[in-house]
Design a protein around this ligand. Structure first.
Ligand code: NAD
Length: 364
């Protein structure tokens, strides 16, 4: 085993099916918070009201947008300051958690996060913001939620299609962490476990969306994948998705679902031992076959053109991706590689075709 460093992030994680309203009251009283700003998009506000009904709420903020834009941050920041909030309670997916993080970065306000998707932002100290079509990310201990309440009952309303895409976003955190800049043996264990739990969870959710056990499995996998990702950093997969999301406002979870098999096809031959563990947890002869089988069983998002991505957008993305891809990616990345990857992802082509192209170009 090589030398390595793993940083554990300090946070209290509570799994509490159907009791997040009770748990949150307990926490708010314990910490003596008196001025709660609840953040939830207008679509999740009813869930937020269910949970936060007994809290000393000074403001219900619902102006949440995807990709945490600078103007959304300004509006939320202004409100948090105006009402003199002493804690932020975010109820929702990664967009809501992300906006709360942006406020915490500026104000140092603590966050209690109640996630309702499988994006996993609550498990990381990573913040993101989008300005002029460029998404910037950074790390700060200020943005790590102090408490995370995972209540599977709050995720039952997440539509099956969104649950599938979001679950694959969670899986992408685990898989990308296997080759990300600070990948290490701890996060490999977390990542492999996360992929197994999320794959089982979303398979069951597809069959039975109200199944709380399946929803809890998916949240368990979400958290582990988020922890692995936070420790390892963004790998090639996340860099591609961030460029696409920032530049063309593509939907986050669906973009991850489309891109992952191509990055796996690109990298997997260069990490044979880890690839085998991924294959085993997906019960398939190879990791790529396992992921492809899962995606087809789930009818997961397959093609970027379904979300408005066109081939003429590829060159601009290639330039930005090349600047962002980590130097220690298991195999070197060139402009023709990314171009071919995006051509295939755009049309939803077979990821194995990427391997064929690479073999023809490089002989491996
Ligand atoms: P999202 O928060 O925008 O939610 C997706 C959709 O699901 C929205 O329409 C939302 O209204 C709906 N929704 C959420 N919960 C629901 C529920 N319980 N019932 C019904 N509908 C529900 O998207 P997301 O995919 O969760 O998160 C994406 C964002 O998170 C992106 O901005 C991404 O960059 C960020 N993110 C950040 C990190 C990080 O570590 N910083 C990690 C992952 C994602």
């Amino acid at each position: 085993m090589k030398e390595f460093v793993h940083e554990w992030l300090p946070q209290r994680v509570v799994f509490c099916t159907n009791t997040s309203d009770v748990q949150i009251v307990k926490k708010i009283r314990q910490e003596e918070y008196e001025r709660v700003m609840v953040m939830a998009s207008e679509f999740e506000m009813d869930l937020a009201q269910r949970i936060a009904k007994d809290l000393p709420v000074v403001h219900w903020f619902d102006d949440v947008r995807m990709h945490v834009t600078v103007d959304a941050i300004e509006r939320a920041l202004e409100e948090a300051r105006r009402v003199n909030a002493d804690v932020l309670v975010s109820v929702g997916g990664g967009s809501t958690t992300g906006l709360a993080k942006a406020i915490a970065l500026e104000t140092n306000l603590p966050i209690i996060a109640v996630p309702t998707t499988y994006a996993g932002s609550e498990a990381t100290n990573v913040w993101g913001r989008t300005a002029d079509s460029v998404k910037t990310t950074g790390k700060s201990s200020r943005v790590l939620p102090r408490v995370v309440l995972y209540d599977a009952a709050l995720t039952v309303s997440l539509p099956v299609e969104m649950s599938v895409a979001s679950g694959l976003n969670g899986i992408a955190h685990g898989v990308d962490s296997l080759w990300a800049p600070n990948a290490n043996p701890f996060n490999t264990v977390l990542a492999i476990e996360s992929v197994g739990a999320l794959a089982d969870g979303i398979r069951k959710i597809r069959q039975e969306p109200d199944n709380l056990e399946a929803r809890t499995d998916a949240l368990y996998g979400t958290y582990l994948a988020g922890v692995a990702f936070a420790a390892a950093g963004s790998g090639m997969h996340h860099k591609i998705c961030h460029v696409l999301g920032g530049m063309y406002d593509l939907p986050h979870a669906q973009t991850h679902s489309v891109i992952l098999p191509y990055v796996l096809a690109f990298n997997s031959g260069h990490i044979p031992a880890i690839e085998q563990r991924l294959a085993d947890v997906l019960s398939a002869p190879s990791a790529l076959e396992g992921l492809e089988e899962l995606r087809s069983e789930l009818s997961a998002p397959r093609a970027l053109h379904d979300y408005g991505f066109a081939p003429d957008m590829i060159p601009r993305v290639v330039d930005a991706v090349l600047k962002a891809v980590p130097e220690n990616n298991p195999r070197p990345v060139t402009a023709p590689d990314i171009t071919r990857l995006l051509e295939l992802a755009s049309e939803g082509g077979d990821p194995r075709e990427l391997q064929t192209t690479l073999e023809r170009s490089y002989g491996s």
